[in-house]
Design a protein around this ligand. Structure first.
Ligand code: C2G
Length: 131
């Protein structure tokens, strides 16, 4: 049983999020998502449209996702990797190199970001449409 973990805000879910979740799940059998809490988003300087509970409800409905845990801070990853017996830690390529130190505890894999889509682009397109 290979457990995989990834982290993120996953606001305004889009195909880029689905691609990373699918790619992560394809590396193993069980995918855990560390979902940024609203408070941690404040720390990250992100304001999500959906609340943590709404984002969790959406993520939990995705067939690739087996478990959602709260991501409360930058420091919890090692503890999560140990707690959940993680085989591979996955992030998109915008994070490449940032989490290489986790390779003492598990495999670290960065997948290419899906080009041309992001929550920021979606928000801007909606804003421009409404005008
Ligand atoms: N992503 C992607 N392609 C996109 C957009 C996002 O592959 N077009 C990936 C990101 O690289 C990330 C995941 O989707 O791995 C979630 O993206 P965000 O919700 O923006 O997550 P982020 O704010 O980067 O939080 O501790 C890690 C942080 O919580 C990551």
């Amino acid at each position: 049983m290979k457990n995989i973990i990834t982290y993120g805000t996953f606001d305004l879910l889009h195909p880029g999020h689905i691609n990373i979740l699918k790619n992560a799940k394809d590396l193993g059998d069980y995918l855990i998502v560390g979902l940024s809490t609203d408070e941690f988003n404040d720390l990250k300087g992100k304001k999500s449209f959906y609340t943590f509970d709404q984002r969790r409800q959406i993520l939990e409905s995705i067939k690739y996702v087996d478990k959602v845990i709260p991501e409360c801070d930058w420091e919890q990853k090692i503890e999560d990797i140990i707690t959940y017996n993680i085989d591979t830690f996955v992030m998109g390529s915008d994070w490449v190199g940032k989490f290489d130190d986790l390779d003492k505890w598990c495999n670290v894999k960065y997948f290419n970001r899906t080009p041309g889509i992001s929550t920021t682009i979606i928000k801007k397109k909606i804003k421009d449409t409404v005008k």
